[in-house]
Each structure stands twice: as C-alpha cells, then as structure tokens.
Design a protein around this ligand. Structure first.
Ligand code: NAD
Ligand code: TDX
Length: 341
C-alpha cells in the first residue's frame, strides 16, 4: 500500500510514520508536512533513509499541491494528523486553526473524492466533546456524546470531523475518525504540559500551573495511540468513529508532581498562574467500542509510561535544546507574559 501520513514531522505523526515504516516494509509511507514551528525533521531521523519512506514538504490547505501529490502517489490510504494542535495558541490566533484544521481537511477530502482515493482516516481528539464536570467521575465520553467544543482549537477539530462525516454520507467516501485523549511520549513539542514541565524543571525554572492545577486529563502513551489508529485503518468499520483512551486520569498537579519526584526537584518550583480562558475541566474517554470491536488494548499505563518518557527526555536533551534555542523562546515569553499573578 501507499500510505500518505500528513503531519508526520510532528509529535504523534512522526511516531506513526516510524511505526508504519518499521512494521510494514511492504508498504510505502509518504510523509506530507508543512514544517510549521511544530514540525521537526529530527523526529523522523530513525527512518529518513528507509527504502519505504519519503518526505514531501507541503501544505494540506494548498489545493494544487495536494492534488498533484495525490495524482502522482495514488495513495491507498490517507491518514490526516496535520493540524495546529495547541489550545493556547488557538486562543491567541484562531485563523490559522480554521485554515489548516478545517480547510486543510476539506482539501484532503476533496482530493480523495475527486481522485478516487479508497480510504481516509481523520485523527481527531476527545476535546471535540467539550468537558466533563470534576464532581461526576462516573461520566465518560462515548462516540455518541454530542460535540460541544470549548476552544477555537476544539471548534476547528469538531468542524473537520463534521466534514469527514458529511463526505462519507453525501459522497460515499470511505472514512473513519478516531478521537483520542491527551498523548504523552517521545518527540512532543515543549509547549505541551509534560515536555514543558520536564524541560523547565531540569533547568530549575518555575513550572506554570494554570489555575489551581485541579483540571483532569486522561493520558495515553503515543505508541498506544498509533497502534489504535493502525488497527482502525486496517480493520475499522467504514463511516465509524472510535474513541481511544486508557483510563489514566490525573489532575495537572499530580502530573507535575510526578515529574518533579522523578527528577528529584522540589515542589517549590510550582508556580500557579492565571488560568487558561475557557479551560476544560475534565476529559475522560470510554474506549469500550475500540476494545470490544477491534480487540485494542494499551501497552502502557501512566505510571510506567511517564517514567519511560521522562527518561527519554533525559537521554535526548540535545533534541530539546535544538528546539529551545530557536524561535520557541520568543513564543514562551509572549505567551506567559500576562499570566504571572
Ligand atoms: P503537532 O503540533 O506536534 O504536529 C502537527 C504537525 O502538522 C507538524 O509537523 C506541523 O508541521 C504539521 N502541519 C501543521 N499545519 C500543516 C499544514 N497546513 N500542512 C501540512 N502540515 C502541517 O501535533 P500532534 O500533537 O502530533 O497532533 C497530531 C494530531 O493529533 C492533530 O490532528 C491533533 O489534533 C491530534 N491529537 C493530538 C493529541 C495530543 O495530545 N497531542 C491528542 C488527540 C489528538
Ligand atoms: O503551561 C501549562 N500549564 C498548565 O497548567 C500548560 C501548557 C498546560 N497546562 C494545563 C492545561 C491543561 O489542563 O495542562 C493541561 C494539558 O495542557 P496541554 O498540554 O496544552 O493539552 P490540552 O489543552 O489538554 O490539549 C491536548 O490534548 C488534546 C493537546 O494539546 C491537543 O492537541 C489534543 O487534541
């Protein structure tokens, strides 16, 4: 098969590209990525010389580019990871989220429809369901939970999901959608909670915890997410949505304290800062459908996965340093300048 993975230089897409290249030598993986601030070809180093791997730089919202590439490659499957993915950035600059997440997705869908591409998978997120209250631990997101986005990021992802479902229903495109909980693991850009806290704690810098740190996220190791997507692409029912999650709920404070303990750093580094506007309280996935229909089971629980992840960042401080020495420094100053209380 020829598989186009979009956003394959980002966090999850790069782990997916590595997984597919190594697991299916008979398939060819074409990594289509624009290389925004979040795209990093270092993430693809382990496969860059593999005979069944190719990188193409381009924009999923550029119609001519996408059509030309699809005509040339004739993909059997398109898996769309490419997105603007950071909630805080979407609060500052929503437009880019509409362009890439909505218009980029519809461009890919149009190309699949016009060129007869047999299979399309959309990588979505649990954030499209909005949030759950902190005092109702009995509630979980299922695939039939109504969409109820809170941030410009989640609104753009929910919108994309609706286009995917519309293209399936109206044009008969063979689509699936997966909605996963928060990912952690190797290669995550240090704007997101876990790598941000690891990189700052290592330098004895303050750790900015939003509000009171009581918001809950449901964490899944990136490799478990990628294996679930592969299963859905190969064995999932067409037109369906599958939730992905491993019942690993933690408050943000628990996550930060786990990192501090593992690094032997003091809790006094924690600094409570102004809350994120519209901050979702709790995410929690019910993965029953994926487990029962496709037999998926995660390999990692949070306690083992986070230890291995922290060790990865300790072993790859040059990877982190290459990012931190670039433009990202200016971003950090700009984003956090008004938060100090
Ligand atoms: P990321 O920000 O690390 O990577 C995104 C990648 O997409 C980058 O390589 C970037 O260069 C590329 N990209 C951005 N705009 C593009 C465009 N217009 N054309 C082509 N490439 C473009 O994101 P991530 O955390 O790896 O997330 C990947 C996908 O998974 C996203 O769709 C996100 O919504 C979804 N998701 C993420 C999580 C999570 O916890 N990170 C959880 C559930 C779902
Ligand atoms: O500095 C911080 N301090 C803090 O307290 C940052 C960056 C985050 N937080 C909190 C906000 C959230 O409650 O930590 C939690 C996790 O934040 P993020 O890492 O920004 O992730 P989140 O907003 O939960 O969204 C993530 O999961 C779903 C991904 O970024 C999305 O791409 C994915 O769809």
């Amino acid at each position: 098969m020829n598989i186009i993975v979009t956003g394959g230089a980002g966090f999850i897409g790069s782990v997916m590209a590595q997984y597919l290249v190594n697991t299916y030598p008979e398939d060819t993986v074409i990594n289509l990525d624009k290389l925004t601030y979040a795209g990093n070809l270092e993430n693809c180093k382990p496969i860059e010389n593999a005979p069944n791997y190719r990188f193409v730089r381009g924009d999923i919202a550029d119609r001519k580019f996408v059509y030309d590439l699809f005509e040339e490659v004739k993909p059997d499957v398109v898996i769309n990871f490419a997105a603007e993915s950071h909630v805080d950035r979407s609060v500052e600059h929503p437009e880019e989220f509409v362009r890439t997440n909505v218009m980029g997705t519809t461009t890919l869908l149009d190309a699949c429809r016009d060129l007869g591409i047999p299979r399309y998978h959309q990588v979505s997120t649990d954030e499209v369901y909005g949030d759950l209250p902190l005092d109702r631990p009995d509630l979980f997101f299922t695939e039939t939970t109504p969409l109820h986005a809170s941030s410009p990021y989640s609104a753009s992802k929910a919108s994309a999901d609706m286009f995917v479902q519309a293209y399936h229903r109206t044009f008969g495109l063979n689509t699936t959608i997966s909605r996963c909980s928060n990912n952690y693991g190797q290669y995550q850009f240090p704007e997101k909670l876990i790598p941000l806290m690891i990189s700052r704690a290592l330098k004895d810098q303050d750790l900015p915890v939003y509000g009171q740190g009581i918001n809950v996220r449901d964490w899944l190791h990136v490799e478990d997410h990628c294996k679930a997507i592969d299963l859905i692409v190969r064995e999932g029912r067409i037109g369906e949505v599958y939730n992905i999650g491993g019942h690993n709920e933690r408050t943000n404070l628990q996550v930060v304290e786990t990192i501090l303990d593992a690094l032997g750093k003091p809790k006094s580094l924690i600094k409570y800062v102004k809350d994120r506007p519209g901050h979702d309280q709790r995410y929690a996935i019910d993965p029953d459908k994926l487990e029962k229909e496709l037999g998926w089971k995660p390999k990692y629980n949070f306690d083992t996965g986070i230890r291995q992840t922290i060790q990865w960042y300790l072993d790859h401080q040059d990877w982190m340093q290459n990012i931190l020495s670039g433009d990202y420094q200016n971003y950090f100053k700009e984003m956090y300048k008004d938060r100090v209380q």
